[in-house]
Write a protein that binds this ligand. Structure first.
Ligand SMILES: C[S@@+](CC[C@H](N)C(=O)[O-])C[C@H]1O[C@@H](n2cnc3c(N)ncnc32)[C@H](O)[C@@H]1O
Length: 190
């Protein structure tokens, strides 16, 4: 039984597959499981492999804006020992700030379109084992992102291509990436 959750106590996060399933966080556990299988090459690996892994979550969500969703993927990776960098246009809550190695709380459209995403100060000198983005681009794009791109006269596909190109360069060899089903699912860098 999971004692409590960050939104109610600000302290306790679910950590294991069982806890996530118990809380109905099925998408998060399935995504982590899928990425870890692709990364390790093993079926249903122990999540302790996350310990020390470098993880980037793009459009992670923020607990400060409930309807945008809390950053569950990033939280679960962090409490399993991963070094997690998150990006979201919204700031993170005090509790989440303590969990993450670095936070990019700005609009990522300008740096992505300029080909300068990896040059953001928080990403300087970093590469990643796992890069994740859910409900920002791909099969279920965030309407706010689409609206902002529309206002700039930029197609979503153009932004996605630029993002994929730059995130691929941030992956370690053998690293894995899931960006909302772009490229049909999980990409593994060989
Ligand atoms: C639909 S939510 C998804 C949150 C989380 N990944 C999930 O699946 O629950 C999309 C997130 O992308 C963020 N976002 C939208 N446009 C953005 C932009 N231009 N730059 C950075 N983050 C953005 C929003 O603030 C929001 O938290």
């Amino acid at each position: 039984m999971v004692e409590s959750l960050a939104p109610t106590t600000g302290l306790t996060f679910p950590r294991s597959k069982g806890e996530l399933q118990e809380l109905g966080l099925h998408t998060t556990w399935l995504t982590i499981e899928t990425l870890l299988e692709a990364w390790t090459g093993n079926y249903s690996p122990d999540w302790s492999v996350l310990n020390g892994a470098n993880v980037l979550d793009i459009g992670a969500g923020s607990y400060l804006n409930g309807d945008h969703g809390a950053p569950w993927f990033a939280r679960v990776c962090a409490v399993n020992g991963a070094r997690v960098v998150v990006t979201d246009i919204l700031p993170q809550s005090e509790v989440d700030i303590k969990l993450f190695e670095a936070i990019i709380d700005e609009d990522i459209i300008p740096p992505v379109l300029a080909g300068q995403f990896a040059q953001l100060p928080q990403l300087q000198g970093r590469t990643f084992d796992i890069i994740h983005s859910m409900n920002l681009v791909g099969f279920n794009p965030d309407p706010r992102l689409e609206g902002a791109l529309n206002n700039l006269g930029v197609r979503l596909s153009e932004f996605e291509e630029s993002l994929v190109r730059q995130t691929r360069a941030l992956l370690n060899t053998g690293g894995v990436m899931y960006l909302g089903q772009l490229y049909g699912g999980v990409y593994r860098k060989s």
